[in-house]
Ligand binder design. Structure first.
Ligand code: KMH
Ligand code: ZN
Length: 281
């Protein structure tokens, strides 16, 4: 088995400080939380941005500020969200990829491969948006992380491969347990994994109470794991997580117990076939 890649998603567009005060807002808090997660064992940071008051943002300058602060302290693979919030326009979601200073610091970007109900909302990812996003990521030399909220999105990714809009080897992240998407039972994860061609890599981001059981199964199966407050604000039932680092530390402990070594950022680059774009500081 490859070493285990741990991705941390320190904040999303949905959970707030009202849900858990450890959710970071603004570049300084986001960077501090991400740096602690890297020191705990994360090798990929999946980044959203928020204004200091918590409003979700796709502002390139905010992403750039976060990325510079993180890169000054450590060297994870930086992956920005192109999903943003369900209220973001497609133009807003693509805009950060047009900032050359930001793109220099990135190695990946998220790529949700279809439209899905998302709680009481709809997360729109039309075929024309997917083609535009694929073209942009290819032009920028960024590796997509194919976010799969339900298994139909795997078939969508394969259609884009067939049309040569995406290239193998693809890396998938199964985001399971969002109301409206796959419920995130263990059989749901097995079905997703079984649907992938052998050259693909995958991780799982279990949402809420699905985080720990799905992460444990992924460690045992040779997949990779995403944790973080974007997906889950609890450490265990009724107990809020103290930090992103705490959630990463638990995965590192579990991996050790289960005999799986944890990948460094450079080892994660090698596993994912990513060529380093930025010299480590
Ligand atoms: N906030 C969700 C609507 C991504 O980062 O690409 C979308 C999301 C996926 O979080
Ligand atoms: Zn996200």
């Amino acid at each position: 088995m490859d070493k285990l890649i741990i991705t941390c998603a320190p904040l999303g567009a949905e959970v707030t400080k009202q849900d858990n005060p450890a959710v970071p807002y603004g570049p300084a808090e986001v960077a501090a939380s991400a740096i602690a997660a890297v020191h705990a064992g994360a090798s990929i940071i999946h980044l959203h941005a928020r204004d200091n008051d918590g409003t979700p943002s796709q502002d390139a300058a905010r992403f750039l500020d976060q990325c510079r602060r993180i890169k000054a302290a450590c060297d994870p693979i930086l992956q920005i969200s192109t999903g943003g919030a369900v209220t973001a326009t497609t133009e807003e979601r693509l805009a950060p990829l047009d900032d050359p200073e930001l793109v220099k610091l990135l190695e990946m970007a998220s790529f949700t491969c279809g439209t899905v109900n998302f709680g009481d909302d709809v997360f729109m990812n039309s075929p024309s948006f997917l083609s535009a996003l694929a073209a942009k990521l290819t032009a920028r030399g960024l590796k997509p992380e194919i976010e799969v909220f339900e298994p139909g999105m795997i078939a969508n990714a394969m259609r884009l491969i067939k049309k040569r809009e995406l290239q193998h080897p693809l890396h998938f992240d199964f985001v399971l347990g969002v109301p409206g998407g796959s419920p995130g039972g263990i059989k749901d994860l097995l079905h997703c994994v079984d649907s992938l061609p052998s050259m693909c890599t995958w991780s799982v981001a279990g949402v809420g109470s699905r985080q720990l059981p799905l992460a444990t199964v992924a460690i045992l199966m040779g997949g990779h794991v995403r944790v973080g407050l974007e997906d889950n604000i609890f450490y265990r039932k009724g107990e809020l997580a103290e930090s992103n680092a705490q959630l990463v530390e638990r995965i590192v402990r579990l991996a050790k117990e289960l005999g799986r070594e944890v990948a460094t950022p450079d080892e994660a680059r090698a596993i994912l076939g990513i060529e380093r774009r930025v010299e480590a500081t």
